[in-house]
Write a protein that binds this ligand. Structure first.
Ligand code: ATP
Ligand code: MN
Ligand code: MN
Length: 296
């Protein structure tokens, strides 16, 4: 699907014009036009993930080889139609509240505006705002599996099966999402009754317990030196002040784009690898949205 019809104007997203569509963002030539086209093609599924979640962007104005920056606030020059909301920057903390005016991506126009900002990566917390803007309770839990030196995605896949079994004992059904970087993220839907702080504490307890039971494979302690040959179970992103790469976001991690991609459990075996945008689109066409099916 062409998002900009070659004329520098997106089809359905009439309010956004992609400027400098030929600008290469990745070494392999993947350009701003391709970024817009990808986000237009995944719009129905990524908008479900982004709905009512404040979006932190990682922008790459000069492409992946150049400077990157995390952006939380809505820039002053953003169009008035881009919805925004002042939210506390440190929810769940006892520190004095600092405010961030976060943007929300409600529709294709919002996605295209972000693509035009070279916001390759979109990151969100585990909660959504309520109808009056307050911070809702988390609607999913997450465990971020980070391979240490000497380990890789294959070790993360093996670790994921251990976590899946343990969380199933607690009544949670998990879905894996390869991160587009080195590891993978495990998500489980929550009924929305628990607070962010209590989910954070609960997942921390499970992670430490799993690491104690499988000391050769897993570690739950921060610090790269503890991870060598093992997989670090990072539960910190359950904290309401933290975020995770949104499923289906592209990642600016290498010479070619990769994506945070939902996976079938049967795929989590030694030969697993990260996926690129074309592969994600092909799978969506063939299998639909694995996350929607999992209640995520
Ligand atoms: P990988 O699989 O390579 O670990 P990842 O996306 O899981 O990729 P992490 O470094 O494990 O990367 O970080 C996990 C999440 O924490 C990120 O997806 C991001 O949302 C958040 N994060 C990481 N670094 C920062 C940062 N400097 N500022 C804000 N959020 C961050
Ligand atoms: Mn990670
Ligand atoms: Mn991490």
């Amino acid at each position: 699907m062409a998002a900009n019809g070659g004329a520098g104007r997106t089809g359905a997203a009439a309010r956004v014009r992609i400027t400098r569509p030929d600008k290469a963002l990745f070494e392999d030539g993947f350009a701003k036009r391709d970024l817009a086209d990808y986000y237009a093609a995944v719009a129905p599924v990524i908008l479900r993930q982004l709905a009512n979640r404040p979006v932190t962007r990682i922008r790459f104005p000069d492409g992946v080889g150049g400077t990157r920056f995390f952006e939380k606030n809505t820039p002053r020059y953003a169009p008035e139609w881009l919805r925004r909301l002042p939210l506390t920057a440190n929810p769940g903390s006892d520190k004095p509240a600092k405010t961030v005016v976060y943007p929300f991506i409600d529709d294709l126009d919002g996605l295209m505006w972000m693509a035009n900002q070279a916001a390759i990566e979109l990151h969100t917390p585990q909660w959504r705002t309520g109808p009056r803007g307050g911070i809702h309770r988390p609607d999913r839990l997450v465990i971020d599996l980070d391979p240490g030196e000497g380990a890789g995605l294959a070790e993360c896949a093996a670790a994921a099966h251990l976590i899946r079994a343990r969380l199933a004992e607690e009544g949670f059904e998990t879905t894996p999402v390869t991160s587009g970087g080195k590891g993978l993220h495990l998500y489980a839907p929550l009924p929305g009754r628990a607070t962010g702080r209590s989910v954070h504490a609960f997942v921390g307890r499970i992670a430490r317990e799993l690491a104690a039971a499988h000391p050769g494979e897993l570690v739950a302690q921060v610090g790269k030196e503890h991870r060598v040959g093992r997989v670090f179970l990072d539960w910190s992103q359950n904290h309401p002040a933290r975020s995770t790469a949104t499923p289906y976001t592209l990642r600016g991690k290498g010479a070619s784009p990769t994506a945070a991609a939902p996976r079938e459990w049967e795929e989590l075996e030694p030969g697993i690898r990260q996926l690129g945008p074309a592969e994600v689109l092909a799978r969506l066409g063939a299998d639909g949205d694995l996350l929607e099916r999992a209640g995520l």
